[in-house]
Design a protein around this ligand. Structure first.
Ligand SMILES: Cc1ncc(COP(=O)(O)O)c(C=O)c1O
Length: 428
């Protein structure tokens, strides 16, 4: 007779300590977005169809129809579709890189930009992570704004363990002013003081930034450029919202890596062309940085998405030639500028709290005068309106919330209705 030994169930092996540490520190923004998931909304006794969300950091205008047609022309052609199933070079297809350089020259006047300055990737999130790996060593210091995009801290932690972060405070929570106008040189002095004290290897800011939708002035960017290039450190600008501008952009929008070898631009198709899920982004940098990213991407993605690259190259080439690219960007800008104005009017009418005027992008931040992480779930339960608490973006926004008008850009009546509900509850 055969005797079977009962099998011992092994305990599952441990996850990496880095992942365990990061899982225990989830982004507060993700937590709030989870709270707004359908089953949680129902559990709160709310009707999901009545919920108005200002939470999402995404755009809702339509992609250029010519862009859609370019996809169609590739997918409907058997040979081209076959080609779109092949790998491209790790840094992207040469024609796509060239057309991205022409796009930047055409829209923003970036000079002397060629395919050798462009690394294409699967959206700017992947590229930012790989860029951190490319530029930084463990123990280096990085300077970020306070407030700024909440994902950078986690991306830094995963890409470069042991990295230190110093924050340049650009929002005064007492006066709710961004780079206080009373002392325009003050922030440049503070930048220089922090820089000299901490010697960061990388300074990173967004233009316009998330969550404030503010654009750093040229004078401050000039000080950052002078300091970083003289000291031999990197200056990176996150241009995820570059095409969403409501006033003439500063001249650093046209800085070229051909002239500034320590400057790196991070770019994305997510926002300007409503291509959030069609993952395509690129980095603009000196060819030596681009070559280094190639080595990193060989291990992270092997190559960017071929179909999206073929389509981007085809669309951009035609849309520059027939003038439709500029027209499209202008029309999208007009939509977001209008949504921004509706949002500000509604904040002023119903919330009557300090806020920032967006210079571009999708957001404003409002001072609610109390801890926002407690306020936001209470507000959602009471009104069915979701906003994002500010602390995840930096300590200066502890009493602030981010309001995104991006998802409601084509339904501005909802912006008004949502803020009216929130305001009535806040004053009750
Ligand atoms: C400042 C900033 N950078 C990068 C991203 C991510 O963009 P992508 O879709 O290209 O990964 C976002 C998304 O919200 C963002 O706000």
């Amino acid at each position: 007779m055969i005797h079977f030994q009962p099998m011992k169930i092994a305990a599952s092996p441990a996850l990496s300590s880095l992942v365990r540490e990061q899982i225990s520190r989830p982004s507060p923004i993700r937590q709030i977005m989870k709270m707004a998931e359908r089953q949680n909304i129902l559990a709160m006794g709310l009707d999901p169809s009545e919920v108005i969300s200002f939470g999402g950091g995404w755009v809702n205008h339509e992609a250029p129809d010519e862009f859609r047609q370019a996809y169609e022309s590739i997918v409907s052609d058997a040979d081209l579709f076959h080609k779109s199933g092949a790998y491209t070079a790790t840094l992207g297809d040469a024609e796509c890189r060239e057309q991205i350089a022409r796009f930047e020259e055409h829209l923003f006047g970036v000079p002397r930009l060629g395919a050798e300055h462009i690394a294409v990737g699967l959206g700017s999130t992947q590229l930012t992570h790989d860029l951190f790996r490319t530029l930084l060593d463990p123990g280096d210091t990085v300077m970020l704004l306070d407030p700024t995009y909440a994902n950078y801290e986690g991306q830094l932690a995963f890409a470069v363990p042991g990295v230190k972060i110093v924050r340049l405070r650009v929002l005064d929570p007492q006066t709710w002013s961004y780079l206080p106008e009373s002392d325009p040189g003050g922030i440049a002095r503070e930048f220089t003081r922090l820089y000299d004290t901490h010697r960061p290897r990388l300074v990173l800011f967004g233009a316009p930034d998330n969550p404030t939708s503010q654009v750093l002035p040229q004078a401050l960017a000039d000080v950052m450029l002078a300091k970083t290039s003289e000291a031999g450190s990197w200056l990176a600008i996150d241009f995820a919202y570059k095409c969403q501008f409501f006033q003439t952009p500063p001249s650093y929008y046209a800085w070229s890596p051909a002239d500034h070898p320590n400057v790196v631009g991070i770019h994305s198709n997510s926002k300007w062309a409503r291509g959030l899920g069609r993952r395509l982004g690129w980095v603009e940098a000196h060819p030596s940085v681009v070559d280094a990213i190639e080595r990193v991407q060989q291990c992270s993605i092997l190559c960017p998405d071929t179909l999206s690259q073929m389509t981007m190259a085809k669309y951009v080439k035609t849309a520059i030639a027939d003038g439709s690219l500029k027209k499209y960007v202008e029309c999208a800008n007009a939509l977001y500028k209008n949504a921004a104005q509706v949002t500000l009017n509604a904040v002023d009418t119903y919330l009557q709290r300090p806020r920032l005027v967006p210079a571009g992008g999708l957001y404003t931040v409002v001072d609610i005068g109390t801890n926002a992480e407690e306020f936001v779930p209470r507000a959602l339960r009471a009104t069915g309106v979701l906003v994002v608490p500010g602390a995840g973006f930096g300590a200066s926004l502890t009493n602030g919330v981010r309001i995104s008008f991006g998802p409601l850009v084509r339904d501005t009546a909802k912006i008004d209705e949502g803020l009216a509900r929130l305001g009535a509850w806040m004053r009750s």
